[in-house]
Design a protein around this ligand. Structure first.
Ligand code: SF4
Ligand code: SF4
Length: 410
C-alpha cells in the first residue's frame, strides 16, 4: 500500500454528490452486475468504494476507473444496502475533475451550486454589457445583424476565448495524464506507443462507444441521445468557431442551402438531446436520474437555452423583426458564453475529454506492458512498472488492473 491515508476522503468526495459509502458492506453485488468489471479484471466499482472507505486518496487520484463508468445504474439497482455505487462513481468523477483543475474553480463550482450560478450570471452580464456598449449601428428598417454585431469582431472575441479555455482544459488533461501514468515514477513509454494509440482516443471521443456495452436498453437509448447531442454540439462549434463568416450572414439562403440545413441539424439535435436528458432527470425513472446536482441541471439547461435562443434569432430574422433579432442574439451569445466559460474547463463538458483520454492512456499502458514484457529496461528504476499498491488486499486480480481493461479494445 502506498500514499498517505486521508480519513476524511469519503466525506470530501460526498461533497461532490456521492452515494452512501458508509452503507457499503463490500458484498460485491455491484461488481457482479457491472458490465465493465470483467474487462477491468478488478472488483469495480466496489474497489473504488473501498478506496474511499479506507481513505486511499493517492490511489484514487491515480486511477481512471471512474471514467470508464457510463452511469447505467445497474450497480445501484442491485445494491442490497442502497449505497448507490453509481452515484459514488459520478461523485468520484467530479472529485477527480476538481483534482485535475489547477485553478481550483472546478471544486468550488461543484461543491457550491450558488457560486456556479453566480459565475454563470456574471459571465452573461459581462457579455450583455459588452453588447450594450460596443454594438454597431442599430438598423430598424430591416434586419442587419452583421451591422449590429460585425462578424469579424464576434469571431475575434470567440477565438480568443476559445484559446484561453482550450489552454485551461488541456493543461488539466495533462495533469490527469501525468497522475495516471505515474508522475515522477512515470513509465518510460516510447513515443511510438503513444502515437499508435491515438486512434483509440479519436474513436472514443467521437462515438463514446464504450457506452453501448452497458447491458440495458435504456442505456443504449441514452448513448444514442448523447451521440446526437454531441454531434449537434460539434456542429455548432464548427459553425461558430471556424465558419462564422459563412454562418452569420444577413443573406437569407433557400431552405435547402447547406448553411441552413447544417444549422437546423445542430439546433434539432441539441434540442432533442437536452430535452431527452431533462425529461429523464425530471421523471427519475432510472437510478442515475434519481439524484441530480445543480450542475447537472445547469449544464443541460444552458445547452437547451442556447439552441432555443438560436432558433428564435433565426425566426425573428426571417420574420423581419430587427430589434427582436438583435436582443435575442445578445441573449443567445450571453448564454452560450456562460455555458462554455463555466462548463468546458471546470464542469461537465470536460468529461467529454477525460473519458476518451482515460481509455487512451489505459490502452497506452496496456501496450507499454506488452513491450515491457519483451524489454524489461522500460521499467522505472525504483518502482514496479505498474504500481499495484492501490489494490486492496483480497482484491488483487490475476491481471494488472488498469492494463487489463483495454485487452479487447486494442
Ligand atoms: S452492492 Fe452495495 S453494499 Fe455491496 S459492495 Fe456494492 S455498494 Fe457495497
Ligand atoms: S453505473 Fe453501470 S458502469 Fe457504472 S459502475 Fe455501476 S454498473 Fe458499472
Amino acid at each position: 500500500m502506498t500514499g498517505v491515508v486521508n480519513p476524511n476522503l469519503h466525506r470530501e468526495v460526498a461533497a461532490y454528490g456521492a452515494g452512501n459509502v458508509d452503507l457499503c458492506m463490500n458484498c460485491g453485488h455491484c461488481t457482479a452486475v457491472c458490465s465493465i468489471s470483467p474487462e477491468l479484471g478488478t472488483a469495480f466499482p466496489r474497489r473504488i468504494i473501498h478506496l474511499l472507505q479506507v481513505g486511499r486518496e493517492e490511489a484514487l487520484t491515480q486511477t481512471v476507473e471512474p471514467w470508464l463508468c457510463y452511469y447505467c445504474g445497474d450497480c445501484s439497482e442491485s445494491c442490497p444496502r442502497d449505497a448507490r455505487p453509481s452515484d459514488t462513481m459520478m461523485a468520484a468523477r467530479r472529485w477527480l475533475t476538481a483534482r485535475y483543475d489547477w485553478t481550483r474553480l472546478a471544486g468550488i463550482f461543484y461543491r457550491f451550486g450558488w457560486v456556479q450560478i453566480a459565475a454563470i450570471l456574471l459571465v452573461a452580464l459581462v457579455v450583455m454589457a459588452a453588447f450594450a456598449i460596443y454594438h454597431g449601428p442599430v438598423v430598424t428598417s430591416h434586419v442587419a445583424l452583421n451591422t449590429f454585431a460585425p462578424v469579424a469582431g464576434v469571431e475575434l472575441v470567440d477565438r480568443i476565448a476559445a484559446g484561453i479555455l482550450a489552454f485551461l482544459l488541456i493543461s488539466n488533461a495533462i495533469r490527469m495524464a501525468w497522475s495516471f501514468m505515474g508522475g515522477s515514477q512515470m513509465l518510460k513509454v516510447p513515443v511510438r506507443i503513444y502515437a499508435q494509440q491515438v486512434p483509440q482516443f479519436i474513436s472514443h471521443y467521437f462515438t463514446q462507444r464504450r457506452w453501448r456495452r452497458c447491458s440495458t436498453a435504456p442505456s443504449r437509448k441514452r448513448w444514442m441521445a448523447h451521440l446526437l447531442l454531441f454531434s449537434g454540439y460539434v456542429s455548432m462549434q464548427i459553425l461558430v468557431e471556424l465558419l462564422l463568416g459563412w454562418f452569420q450572414t444577413d443573406t437569407v439562403y433557400p431552405f435547402y442551402y447547406p448553411q441552413r440545413l447544417w444549422g437546423y441539424y445542430a439546433a434539432a439535435t441539441l434540442l432533442y438531446g437536452t430535452g431527452y436528458f431533462l425529461v429523464s432527470r425530471w421523471r427519475k425513472l432510472k437510478p442515475m436520474h434519481q439524484t441530480s446536482e445543480v450542475s447537472d441541471w445547469l449544464f443541460v439547461g444552458l445547452i437547451f437555452l442556447v439552441a432555443l435562443t438560436g432558433i428564435l434569432v433565426h425566426i425573428f430574422r426571417l420574420s423581419g423583426l430587427p430589434l427582436a433579432t438583435y436582443i435575442t442574439y445578445a441573449i443567445h451569445l450571453a448564454i452560450a458564453a456562460s455555458l462554455i466559460a463555466i462548463f468546458v474547463p471546470f464542469g461537465k463538458w470536460s468529461h467529454l475529454l477525460y473519458r476518451p483520454l482515460a481509455l487512451y492512456l489505459t490502452a497506452v499502458k496496456q501496450a507499454a506492458a506488452a513491450a515491457l514484457a519483451e524489454q524489461p529496461d522500460l521499467a522505472p528504476a525504483e518502482e514496479p512498472a505498474v504500481p499495484d499498491g492501490d489494490v486492496p488486499d483480497g482484491d488483487k486480480p490475476d491481471a494488472i488492473p488498469v492494463i487489463a481493461v483495454a485487452t479487447e479494445e486494442v
